[in-house]
Design a protein. Structure first.
Length: 279
């Protein structure tokens, strides 16, 4: 089992790992406003860890389609009161941000990795190097405000793979503890683009990085199953997590932690009985 040294501490991730989502926002697409009170947010973190989350992804700015950015101060005021009170040990903390000041404050408060949906902000990468943090590099076409207006590719899989390949040398030079790439399901992609990427996740694998998938409760499930309410998309989310496992994805970002952990455990055991499996 690989072990990586994050923030100069020995932090072990056992793959596949579930990353529980903590949205400290009033407007996230699925659970906006549910965890604005720090005590409620911390209770939710402890519950997700109990359910099997190995990483908690803390975010103070919504990146749902059509969302507008918030100020640096607003984002800090949402995440810091929670980060500063979270227990240490037993799980890893990811800060979901595109703002260097927020990432720096989170790392100083104990975060182990940066989750960057902006595609590899140079300042964020330098902060990860300085603090010995892990890094999630996501592909997106456009910004959250306009990314779903008219996403277009000649070859979605090939272009996403090329995007990460262009970053490979620079990432290697930073010598970060671990980098994960995220194809960015729903970030500047149509349903067809999302399905192409999810059906070919193994084509994104590389010795230079691990892979993370964030498909939980997103609208692509509604496009397949007529589930307009994000809370009704757990079945589709779990199906995508099991699919990701079969493609060697290391981290699954999920809202429904207990159910996702259980599904992955069972799927992995069943696959171990099948000698043709790549899991």
């Amino acid at each position: 089992m690989p072990e990586y040294l994050f923030n100069r501490q020995e932090c072990r991730l056992h793959f596949p790992a579930v990353m529980g989502i903590l949205n400290l926002t009033p407007d996230s697409f699925s659970d906006g406003g549910a965890f604005l009170e720090p005590s409620v947010a911390i209770e939710r973190v402890l519950a997700m860890v109990e359910e099997g989350a190995q990483v908690i992804d803390v975010g103070g700015e919504s990146t749902r389609p059509g969302s507008k950015g918030v100020s640096e101060q607003d984002e800090l005021s949402r995440v810091l009161p929670v980060l500063e009170k979270l227990p240490r040990g037993g799980f890893m903390i990811s800060i979901d941000t595109t703002k260097p000041a927020v990432a720096r404050a989170a790392l100083q408060a104990g975060a182990h990795m940066i989750n960057d949906v902006s595609g590899g902000n140079h300042e964020l990468l330098e902060l990860a190097k300085r603090y010995g943090a892990g890094f999630v590099l996501m592909h997106a076409q456009g910004s959250p405000e306009d990314m779903q207006d008219d996403p277009a590719y000649d070859d979605a899989l090939g272009e996403v793979r090329a995007f990460f390949d262009q970053k490979k040398e620079g990432l290697a030079n930073l010598a970060l503890p671990r980098v994960w790439i995220d194809p960015g399901i729903g970030f500047g992609k149509t349903l067809e683009h999302n399905l192409e990427l999810m059906g070919n996740l193994s084509a994104l694998r590389d010795e230079a990085w691990g892979t993370l998938l964030g498909s939980s409760r997103k609208s692509w499930i509604d496009g397949l199953c007529d589930a307009p309410d994000p809370r009704d998309r757990m079945g589709g989310s779990i199906a995508s997590a099991v699919c990701a496992l079969s493609h060697g994805v290391e981290i699954i970002r999920a809202h429904d932690v207990r159910e996702t952990v259980q599904a992955l455990k069972v799927a992995k055991k069943l696959a171990l009985c099948d000698k043709t499996s790549i899991i």
